[in-house]
Design a binder for this molecule. Structure first.
Ligand SMILES: [Zn+2]
Length: 98
């Protein structure tokens, strides 16, 4: 272990600052919500964070109760995801025509 361990980035993790778009769009088809955030404003408000942590945060704030479920419970687990870096159209998007 080295002495300079001060809040280094987790190796290989994607961080908020790396997000390829200025707007961050998140949706959960399981719970039926969609939200858009400004990347710069988010970094300003909460600092740069790994995107997986952020996704859970957003989902919880949106009232997703399924975030806390066992990850192995795929059928019921929250499906929050970054829409604009995952080009696969979701059922939610198809249903809502967005
Ligand atoms: Zn959810």
């Amino acid at each position: 272990m080295s002495e300079k361990v001060e809040r280094e980035r987790i190796r290989g993790a994607a961080y908020l600052a790396d997000y390829p778009a200025d707007k961050i769009i998140v949706e959960c088809e399981q719970c039926g919500w969609r939200a858009q955030f400004d990347k710069a404003a988010m970094i300003e408000a909460g600092g740069d964070r790994p995107m997986t942590h952020l996704l859970d945060d957003i989902a919880r704030r949106k009232g997703c109760t399924r975030v806390a479920l066992d990850m192995n419970d795929i059928k019921n687990h929250c499906r929050a995801r970054y829409v604009n870096i995952d080009p696969k159209p979701s059922d939610y998007a198809k249903a809502k025509g967005v």
